[in-house]
Write a protein that binds this ligand. Sequence first.
Ligand code: AMP
Ligand code: MG
Length: 342
Amino acid sequence: MKTGILKINPFSVEQDYILKAANIIKAGGLVAFPTETVYGLGADALNAVACAKIFQAKSRPLEDPLIVHIADKQDLFKVAREIHKITSDLIDAFWPGSLTIVLKKQEVIPDIVTGGLDTIAVRMPNHKIALELIKEAQTPIAAPSANLFGKPSPTTAQHVLEDLDGKIDLVIDGGSTAIGVESTIVDLTREPFCILRPGGIGIEELRRIIPQIEFYKKDGILSAGMYPRHYAPNAKVLIVEGNGKIQVEKVKDLAREFDLQGYHFGILAKFENKDRYGDFNVKLLGPGNDLVVCAANLFSVLRDFDRDKVDVIITEAVKEEGIGIAIMDRLHRAQGIKINHV
Ligand code: AMP
Ligand code: MG
């Protein structure tokens, strides 16, 4: 299959182009499109065969359910049931935006979308192209991240093509995504309500609506997605905890060690430490005090290291607050090995 590329300016969306993409969705095809978090790989959520193609293209296990995207809050009633006040409070506070809500599903949703579960994950993205596409397709769109299963999520159309060229009908190139990590997933079908995956919206913000909300953990591990090794670059990722001088020294020790042993490695550093690693292969995540920028760069930088063919990425940990929790979660899933700073 030849994958088409359609460049659309998110600030002045050409309706003709949207129509072209929407027709592919309506015909049961696959379209990758930008959202404010990462690029999604979309199919008609009411068409089981179309959704099956998503799993095939991504080599994704069938038991890993998809997130369904809608363009109008009212459409939630078409895909989910048992919608209580807490749901509307969350929606009013965070939609459109990077919050996915797990609810009981409606009959019309095929089992393949939800991995056979009686629940559905739904979100209304905050991105003009995504919203226009869903509206024009006149159907909810099931869309996991548009990467091969287990690889870092794509934040540009180029990343999508690296993984899925020849396997999908179309990619809409709408530039880099703003947030860069996936949505936060909140499960309202469990008592007590809980966060299944940290993401674009921080736990602190959610607590304004659900004060007691906690991350759902199994054996002390965040349960986001069912697969612990996720979002992974080809290289091994070593996470160095702490901050400031001590953290930098620990990174340097490891770098010298790898250098002596002849490894091909890179260092993922915060802006403020960029000049501290001499001639080593250093890439920058963002300023340690601006975690939003760090999140936006994360997956792209991991892919850049893959392109350099490094065996190991030594990465500085960031502060675990707000979106920093999502960044650290993704790094741990990138087969992170924790190294304490003492
Ligand atoms: P992705 O779209 O690639 O970011 O992955 C979507 C994630 O949403 C999956 O890995 C699941 O963990 C989660 N998810 C989707 N549907 C459900 C559901 N019904 N219940 C719990 N988690 C879900
Ligand atoms: Mg994904």
